[in-house]
Write a protein that binds this ligand. Structure first.
Ligand code: C5P
Length: 397
């Protein structure tokens, strides 16, 4: 899939740089050529010799080397690739990109380029969560920079949280998605997925049985057609897809805020099983058993996410797709829901327990559009996703 693709790989200075050596191997075994640039800080973590040996070519390190007539100039180096990948992208490199610095070879290439850029951030969790970095992320996204990761987990510094660089194969998938020459290239898609968790107190919550499998499959299928995907997911059972921008959320209100931040998009697929109600005043402390009887939970309606996006005047996605999980009279209820919510299409499914759909690997859907109801045969959730992605591509192009 990457045969004859040219990747310019900028390796920043972070402990995750060791994974970039494996990334080079994975890219080359898929037929890509990798031209390496190593920052000065990067040389503290991996050696120029290992990088150039794995790439099978010279490693570029110094801005002023390139001013020599005999060398490739930085403009040419920055533009001769199909994709620039920054892995690891440190907090410092990201800040330089935001501010347009040209203080070393890596930042100069990133400023001089007109080639798409994909970054794989890696840093300490507090650095990632710092407001300065969060502001920089917003700016880079607005500038059209694509992200892969970071993942959440144990960090080399002994802390836990978001900031771990994505694994080499996740970065490869993101690169493949960036270079995919599919019909959705250049289109931005939003997918919501999974259940939401509505807190009762700090340790208890109300949820539903959604696994996130169908939403995840849709995000993957759209990405495989070349779309840039923002994937807003509640706490799901299945792992989030790689190669898409993952925005993890907890409650329905968090999901609404994340969806609003992701706009504008060309199309939005609302596959999440959003809780309709939340506990009106969730307790700040754990509720205790008491002699005075059972706790009285009062419910309040959650905001709808799909309907206000469907009714936007400015920034309404060209195509808005909702889901309808029903247990009876599926088509009638889903058709009424399409009108009520104002979306273009509804993907309706029967989630009675005996269908095995909720939490299972197959789905049996009816696509409802303004032209009527179209019954699809029962198939895997991946196949439903592929078919839906193809329909979206046909509708948008
Ligand atoms: O729960 P309901 O059957 O009404 O969900 C229909 C559609 O509306 C789904 O696409 C779901 O993601 C969306 N929804 C929403 N916000 C809610 C409830 C549902 O966007 N609060």
């Amino acid at each position: 899939m990457l045969a004859s693709k040219r990747i310019l790989l900028i390796i920043g200075g972070g402990i995750a740089a060791y994974k970039s050596l494996d990334l080079i191997r994975r890219l080359r075994e898929r037929g890509a050529s990798v031209t390496p640039v190593l920052t000065r800080a990067g040389t503290e973590f991996v050696t120029p010799l290992s990088v150039s040996a794995l790439c099978g070519q010279k490693v570029f390190q110094d801005l002023f080397d390139l001013t020599d007539e005999a060398e490739m100039g930085h403009i040419e180096l920055s533009r001769s690739a199909d994709l620039i990948v920054v892995a690891p992208a440190t907090a410092d490199l990201m800040a330089k990109m935001v501010n347009g610095h040209a203080s070393d070879l890596a930042s100069t290439l990133l400023l001089a380029t007109d080639t798409p850029v994909l970054i794989a951030p890696a840093m300490n969790v507090r650095m990632w969560q710092h407001l300065a970095t969060q502001r920089n992320i917003e700016t880079l996204l607005a500038d059209g920079i694509a992200f892969v990761g970071p993942n959440e987990g144990d960090m080399a510094c002994g802390e836990y949280g978001p900031g771990r660089m994505s694994e080499p194969l996740e970065i490869v998938s993101a690169i493949e998605a960036q270079l995919a020459n599919g019909p959705l290239r250049g289109k931005k898609m939003l997918v919501t997925s999974g259940p939401t968790h509505e807190p009762i107190d700090p340790v208890r919550y109300i949820a539903n049985r959604s696994s996130g499998a169908q939403g995840t499959a849709i995000a993957k299928a759209l990405s495989a057609l070349g779309a840039e995907v923002v994937f807003v997911s509640g706490p799901a059972d299945v792992p989030a897809p790689s190669g898409v921008q993952v925005v993890p959320v907890g409650s329905a209100r968090d999901m609404l805020a994340a969806v609003q931040r992701a706009l504008p998009v060309d199309a939005a697929v609302f596959a999440a099983a959003v809780a309709d109600w939340r506990v009106a005043s969730a307790s700040e402390t754990k509720l205790k058993k008491s002699q005075n009887g059972l706790p009285k939970l009062e419910f309040q309606e959650n905001p709808d996410i799909l309907a206000p996006i469907s009714h936007l005047n400015r920034d309404r996605p060209e195509l808005v797709i909702g889901f309808a999980a029903e247990t009876d009279d599926v088509v009638a209820h889903a058709t009424a829901k399409r009108d009520r919510k104002g979306c273009d299409w509804i993907v309706a499914n029967d989630v009675r327990p005996e269908t095995g759909i909720m939490g299972g690997s197959e789905n049996d859907v009816t696509l409802i559009t303004k032209d009527g109801a179209e019954d699809w045969p029962r198939m895997s959730k991946d196949a439903v996703a592929k078919r839906l992605a193809d329909r979206i591509a046909a509708a948008l192009t």
